[in-house]
Design a protein around this ligand. Structure first.
Ligand SMILES: [Zn+2]
Ligand SMILES: [Zn+2]
Length: 149
C-alpha cells in the first residue's frame, strides 16, 4: 500500500521539480541549452539532454531500488519513469508533434494542457514566459478552451 504512495510521490514530485527547474534554471542560467527547444532547428535539440538526465535518474532509481529488495527508490523511480512516458506523449507527441502523429483527444483537460504549453512557446526569449509546468497549469486555460468550443 505504502508503495503506491512512493509511486505517486515520484509521479507528481517530478512534475513539481521539473516545473521549478524549467522556470529557474532553464529560463535562467541554463537558457543556452533550453533555447534549442524554443527555437528548434532540426529533429534533435540540445535541450533533449534534460530528457536523458531525467530518464537516467529514473533508471538509476529503478536499478538501485530493485537491488535493495524493491525498496522506496524502485517505486519513486517507477513513478518518475511513468511520468516520463506521459510527458513524452503529451509534450513531444501532442504539443510539438515531433514523432508519429496522434489526434489530440477531445478532452478539455488535454486541450487546455496543450494550449497552456503552446502559450509557453509563444515566447522565444528567456524572459518573460508563462506556464512552466505541464500537468498543472492556470485555470484560465481551461476557461479559454471552453469559450472557444
Ligand atoms: Zn521553456
Ligand atoms: Zn515544449
Amino acid at each position: 500500500m505504502i508503495n503506491i504512495l512512493w509511486f505517486l510521490l515520484g509521479f507528481f514530485g517530478i512534475e513539481v521539480i521539473a516545473t521549478l527547474i524549467h522556470k529557474y534554471l532553464m529560463h535562467g542560467p541554463l537558457w543556452f541549452i533550453h533555447e534549442s527547444h524554443h527555437r528548434p532547428k532540426g529533429k534533435f535539440e540540445l535541450n533533449d539532454l534534460f530528457a536523458v538526465l531525467f530518464g537516467g535518474t529514473g533508471i538509476w532509481l529503478l536499478i538501485a531500488g530493485s537491488l535493495a529488495d524493491f525498496d522506496y527508490r524502485f517505486w519513486i523511480g517507477l513513478g518518475t519513469s511513468v511520468y516520463g512516458g506521459v510527458y513524452f506523449y503529451l509534450h513531444d507527441v501532442l504539443v510539438h508533434r515531433r514523432t508519429f502523429s496522434a489526434k489530440t483527444p477531445e478532452i478539455t483537460y488535454i486541450q487546455a494542457l496543450r494550449h497552456a504549453h503552446r502559450m509557453h512557446h509563444k515566447h522565444v526569449n528567456k524572459m518573460p514566459s508563462e506556464s512552466y509546468g505541464l500537468l498543472f497549469f492556470n485555470w484560465r486555460y481551461i476557461s479559454e478552451i471552453k469559450k472557444a468550443k
